[in-house]
Design a protein. Structure first.
Length: 595
């Protein structure tokens, strides 16, 4: 259980010099104290660089080609920066202003040294914003600049149209500047050391959010919507028409006929239908299910006893759950802390800033393979079909092949995404999907299968709109694809101290990929009880998915949770197949074996 060091902000492309392997940027939110100086507050603004006329001409040309291919994106603003400026912007994850914190100084040193030693190079960065901002490296060759601009337009199309980016703030550059201003005010008021220490604590917890949270309608929101709907129809707060204090109190059209048994001994019927939960004469809460209005002789059919008993048990269970705190396990641990931890207002605001930025960066981590694959697919199409001139072909091929270069130790998201998109396009063009194709066991027939459907391009845009990496791999990764791409699962044999291929079987390959993508590979942690053992302690639950927690990370994270919760914090998990509870009470860490 650990706070991840962060999530990438703008999309960046870095390529290892000499080998051509792209590597993910160091990911972490936290403002930077300047190039190696902890005291600097803000990133120095880049001087206004006039966009070169030659690049401007190609910009409009590539933009027109991209739109003609069906790409739909926000306006894109390009800035050309030298390597020093682009390293500074990269340290701030592509944003010109961030709140002050030491981490970005460390990140600046990392990217600067990496560039100086020839280990990597940032070719482009693009920010999910409206308008989108993209940064080009001034020393790139013209061919590289054209490739990068085509790559950027595809990223911007993905940002605008993919479902998982729909909830993100499209004015995040302004919001980041607002965050920086708020944090600086807190530093001026409460001291830089106190604010920085609290941000350190919050950043270690930034991945304790709900990856599905932006798409879930919470019960409180449902209740508010339901009440607003009832009131718009002229109903009371809890009663449908004819059953509430403000409605028609006659429960039937029969003269003198009332719902049976409306008496203190039978509060579930009569001229008013009571709420499911009400207080009796002694003030004690009782659970009585609402009964449908009916005439007396029809009541046992309209309100059958078996249904009422089942409804009563359901309501009792629900009422018991409401007494828990929280009512149900809360996957958004940061939100639970914001709402319930004993924090000062400025601390609560800082934690809210970290949570807001975590949700902004989350879709980029959830769609890394898809996003980079989409951008690579389109820059290859645009360059080879529309933009390249004859003298530029060799330079383009060298750069493009370097971007797609494999690595012995990791999976290249550019390569996997590109090849999977191409496979989808080919399958839907030839009709290699559906029940008939899946049922075909003739290898020769499958290899020559072609129904000439021409549905590939439309399917690509549908996939781009609806999926994230997890569903993308789960839905479209096939055994034929794994065999053609020569995918395998490898691991380290400690006895021989070597890396070996463990399996080439498709189910294991797919399972390994899905496991690494589920919750971005982070442990699934939920807040279960905010009043554990009636002592105001916090209990978390780790949903074990086959991998134990790292104990060094768990201890540090529990310590930071304790600084926020101010009381002992526990997490229940499995360790070597046995249930254990880790506890930190502010003084020592304890581990208890549970039965």
């Amino acid at each position: 259980m650990s706070g991840k060091e962060g999530r990438g902000a703008g999309q960046h492309e870095r390529r290892a010099a000499g080998k051509g392997n792209p590597e993910d940027p160091a990911l972490a939110p936290g403002p930077f104290g300047g190039p190696g100086k902890k005291g600097s507050r803000l990133l120095k603004q880049s001087p206004a660089n006039k966009f070169p006329t030659e690049l401007k001409r190609f910009k409009y040309e590539i933009e027109d080609h991209a739109r003609s291919c069906g790409l739909d994106f926000f306006p894109v603003i390009f800035e050309v920066l030298d390597y020093q400026e682009i390293n500074e912007v990269a340290a701030y994850q592509g944003f010109p202003l961030r709140y002050p914190h030491w981490y970005f100084g460390m990140h600046f040193e990392e990217v600067s040294k990496s560039y100086a030693y020839g280990l990597s190079r940032i070719y482009e960065m693009v920010i999910n914003n409206n308008p989108c901002y993209a940064y080009l490296l001034k020393c790139n060759h013209l061919t590289d600049q054209k490739l990068v601009m085509a790559h950027v337009y595809a990223h911007c199309d993905f940002f605008k149209n993919n479902l998982y980016f729909a909830h993100t703030n499209r004015k995040m550059i302004d919001e980041m500047a607002n965050h920086a201003t708020r944090v600086q005010r807190y530093e001026d008021r409460y001291g830089a050391q106190a604010v920085e220490a609290f941000i350190d604590c919050c950043l270690s917890l930034e991945n304790l959010v709900d990856p599905h949270g932006p798409f879930i309608k919470r019960r409180e929101q449902e209740g508010r919507a339901e009440r607003a709907f009832h009131q718009s129809l002229g109903w009371g707060h809890d009663h449908p028409p004819g059953c509430g204090p403000e409605g028609d109190k006659a429960c039937s059209s029969g003269a003198g006929t009332a719902c049976p048994g409306n008496s203190p001994g039978n509060p579930g019927a009569g001229d008013e239908t009571p709420p499911d939960l009400f207080a009796d004469e002694e003030g004690e809460e009782r659970v009585v299910p609402r009964r449908l209005r009916s005439k007396g002789y029809m009541d046992r059919y309209v309100n059958p006893p078996d249904f009422l008993r089942a409804r009563t048990e359901e309501l009792k269970a629900r009422q018991k759950g409401k007494k828990r705190f929280p009512e149900s396990p809360q996957p958004d641990v940061l939100l639970f802390l914001i709402e319930n931890a004993p924090l000062k207002n400025w601390q609560r605001d800082l934690l809210s800033i970290i949570r807001e930025e975590a949700y902004y960066f989350l879709p980029q981590a959830q769609t890394k393979i898809m996003n980079e694959g989409w951008a690579t697919y389109w820059h290859s199409r645009l360059m080879t079909e529309k933009v390249l001139t004859d003298p530029e072909v060799i330079d383009y091929a060298d750069h493009h092949s370097g971007t797609l270069g494999g690595s012995r130790m990791s999976l290249n998201p550019y390569k996997l995404g590109l090849e999977l998109y191409r496979d989808i396009e080919d399958r839907w063009n030839k009709g290699r999907f559906g029940k008939e194709y899946e049922a075909c066991e003739d290898l020769r027939a499958r290899e020559t299968w072609d129904r000439n459907l021409g549905l590939g391009r439309g399917k690509l845009f549908e996939v781009r709109r609806l999926h994230n990496d997890l569903t993308f791999i789960d839905t479209f990764l096939t055994e034929d694809f794994c065999r053609r791409q020569k995918l395998f699962v490898y691991g380290r044999e400690e006895s021989q101290k070597t890396w070996t291929i463990r399996t080439r079987e498709f189910p294991q390959i797919k399972r390994t990929l899905l496991d690494s993508l589920t919750n971005l590979g982070h442990p699934l942690i939920r807040a279960v009880d905010g009043n554990f053992e009636n002592r105001g302690e916090l209990l978390l639950l780790h949903q074990h998915e086959g991998r134990d927690l790292r104990w060094d990370f768990s201890r540090d994270t529990l310590a930071n949770l304790h600084r926020i919760w101010k009381r002992p914090v526990h997490v229940e998990t499995l360790k070597e197949g046995k249930r254990v509870r880790l506890t930190y009470d502010g003084k020592e860490h304890r581990e208890r074996l549970l039965q």
